[in-house]
Every structure is written in C-alpha cells, then in structure tokens.
Ligand binder design. Structure first.
Ligand code: NAD
Length: 313
C-alpha cells in the first residue's frame, strides 16, 4: 500500500483510505461480524486512514469501528467529525462540539483522534464555522483530544472560504469519473496552504458500482443512467466499474488519500487490488466516453447562500 503525507500534518496516510459510513448501514444493512473482519483485513493489507462520523448510522458506525479497533488503535490514523447528527440535524456551536468529541472518544474507545473535522459545513453559518467552530476545534487540539483539525463538505466554495485555519479538507463527489471540479480551485488552494486534501466517494457514493446507487442518491436520473451503461460496459469485459473508478481516483496526485466506503472483506480486497494496479487505458477511455455527456453535474446541498453555482437539479 502506497502512502502520502497529509499536508502539513506530516501524518503518513495510506493512498486508499477506509470510509466507515457503510459500517453505519448507510448503504445497506451490514453484518456486524463482517464489518469487524473488513476493518481487520484493511489494517492487515496496509490501510491506515479510517474516517467516520457520529452521523453515520447515528453513532452506529463509530460504535462498530471503535470495537473493531480494540487493540489496534495505534496502527491507524483515526478521523471523525463534529457538527452533523442527522439528515437535517446540525449544530456547529462550541458547546455542542466540546460534548460531541467526548461522546465520539467514548464510542471509539480511545482518548484522542488524529483528525477532528467539522462535518458538512455548507449546512452551517459560515461566520459561525470560521469564528466559533474552528476555534473550538483548535481548543480541543490544545486539550490533546485531537491531533489535527479539518473541514468537510460538498460545496467547494464554502470549503475554500472556511479554510483560513485548518489542517485538512475532505471533499466528496467532486473528483471521480463523473466530475473533476475539485481540482480547479480547492485542489490548488490545498497545495498552496499545505492543507491535507482527502478525496472521498470515488464511486460517487455507490453510483459507479454494479449494485448501483442507494435509493437516497441525489444525482440526476441521466447521470444514474449513464453510470449504469458504463458499469455494463465494464462487465462485458469481465471487470467491475468500481475497480476502474477507484484506479482513476487513486492516480489523482493532489489528494493524499482517497476514501472509499467499505464494510466487507470482499470490497476491501477488491479495493486494495485496485490500489496495486492501473486501469486498462482502452477500457478507461471507453468508460470516459460513455460518461462524457453527464460530466460535472451537481445537486443542491446545504444552505442556498453556501452553494457554489446554479445547481443542475
Ligand atoms: P463511495 O463512493 O466510496 O461508495 C461507497 C459504496 O460503494 C458502498 O455502497 C460500498 O459498499 C460500495 N463499494 C465499495 N467498494 C466496492 C467495490 N469494490 N465493489 C462494489 N461496491 C463497492 O462513497 P462513500 O462511502 O460515501 O465515501 C467514502 C467515505 O468518504 C465515506 O464512507 C466517508 O467516510 C467519507 N465521506 C465523507 C463525507 C463528508 O464528510 N461530508 C461525505 C462523503 C463521504
């Protein structure tokens, strides 16, 4: 497993990171024992970055991950979040954040996390994020409960605007086979400020898989249809679109790590295999041609004033 330095934090993180939202049954109902095996398999195969949130499964993912990491905590770079607790339940106030990190540490069975991130900041008031949330995260860092701090979200402009005093940025569904606008401004800013850049959802939250997207997936119908055609194309050549999509993202040099959601040993093994190989150029070109007409489509997310540009749906 290749590793990269996570911006100015100096943390060495695996190029392929373990996204733990599926441990909270966000995509499907998972078997708890299999979740534990997936975490252990990932560590054995060299994955060290694990990303979770109290939001995933409304604390279930943290609880499962904490149990699976028992005795292995020191082998991983552990990232969790504060500020999001439900589909529409956000609280970025300092008071809630101080309580939230303590609750997360209990569930994760540790006394510190390596990275504590404000979760989906486009749902908050940007003035509060900058003036209250980020300073609270720094205070938690001073207390030794988090080694580094960061922000996460979908709206690229909000992430750029909130980045005055952070160590890392996690962006999702903005750099993969369906979209590339992460690279235009946020990618460059991250390099300039030495923010550790984490690229999440390389499978566009399950869209670029043979199973297809979960019912709640917000992408427009034409994007879903094109992804299904690209998946069929890969299948006809005996390959999975997930592997091609992941290989593509893992070659993005500005991201220190690409986070994929996993809850089974089979997916961990397949994704580590993708990390060890490159996509067949002819197949990649054919997939990209299939997806060309639906590039860079986004969906509404967060407060209207925090949105990047007129949304496509
Ligand atoms: P993803 O694009 O990684 O897709 C996950 C889906 O793909 C799941 O259904 C998973 O079971 C499936 N999958 C994984 N490997 C597969 C394989 N080899 N073959 C077939 N299917 C496979 O989307 P994601 O999980 O949303 O993103 C990854 C992680 O990034 C999350 O788990 C989370 O940790 C993080 N994330 C953070 C934010 C945020 O902070 N706002 C948002 C999105 C994602």
């Amino acid at each position: 497993m290749k590793t990269s330095t996570l911006g100015a934090t100096g943390l060495q993180v695996s190029r392929l990171g373990f996204g733990a939202s599926p441990l909270g049954n966000e995509f499907a109902t998972e078997d708890p024992a299999e979740c534990t095996s997936a975490v252990h398999c990932a560590i054995d195969l060299g994955i060290n970055l694990f990303d979770v949130s109290p939001y995933y499964g409304r604390t279930l993912a943290e609880t499962r991950l904490g149990a699976a990491l028992e005795g292995k905590r020191e082998r991983v770079v552990l990232a969790t979040k504060v500020g999001r607790y439900g589909v529409s339940d956000f609280d970025f106030s300092a008071g809630r954040i101080f309580a939230s990190v303590d609750e997360s540490l209990t569930r994760l069975r540790t006394d510190y996390v390596d990275l504590l991130q404000a979760h989906d900041i486009e749902f908050g008031d940007l003035h509060q994020i900058i003036g209250e949330t980020i300073p609270a995260l720094r205070e938690i860092q001073r207390q030794g409960k988090a080694r580094f701090i960061g922000i996460t979200g979908y709206q690229l402009g909000t992430l750029c605007a909130a980045g005055a005093d952070i160590d890392t940025v996690l962006s999702y569904c903005r750099y993969n086979l369906l979209i590339s606008d992460l690279d235009s401004e946020l990618g460059a800013l991250s390099e300039e400020h030495m923010w550790g850049l984490i690229n999440a959802s390389p499978l566009h939250m399950g869209l670029l898989t043979d199973t297809g997207p979960p019912a709640w997936h917000p992408a427009p119908a034409n994007v879903k249809q094109a992804a299904a055609r690209a998946a069929a194309l890969c299948r006809s050549r005996g390959l999975s679109i997930a592997e091609v999509a992941l290989q593509y993202c893992l070659e993005y040099p500005r991201a220190a790590s690409t986070l994929t959601g996993m809850a089974t040993v089979e997916h961990v093994r397949a994704n580590v295999r993708a990390e060890n190989t490159s996509a067949d150029p002819a197949l990649l070109a054919a997939v990209q041609a299939e997806l060309a007409a639906v590039q860079n489509q986004t969906w509404p997310c967060g407060r209207p004033e925090n949105r990047d540009y007129a949304q496509t749906v």
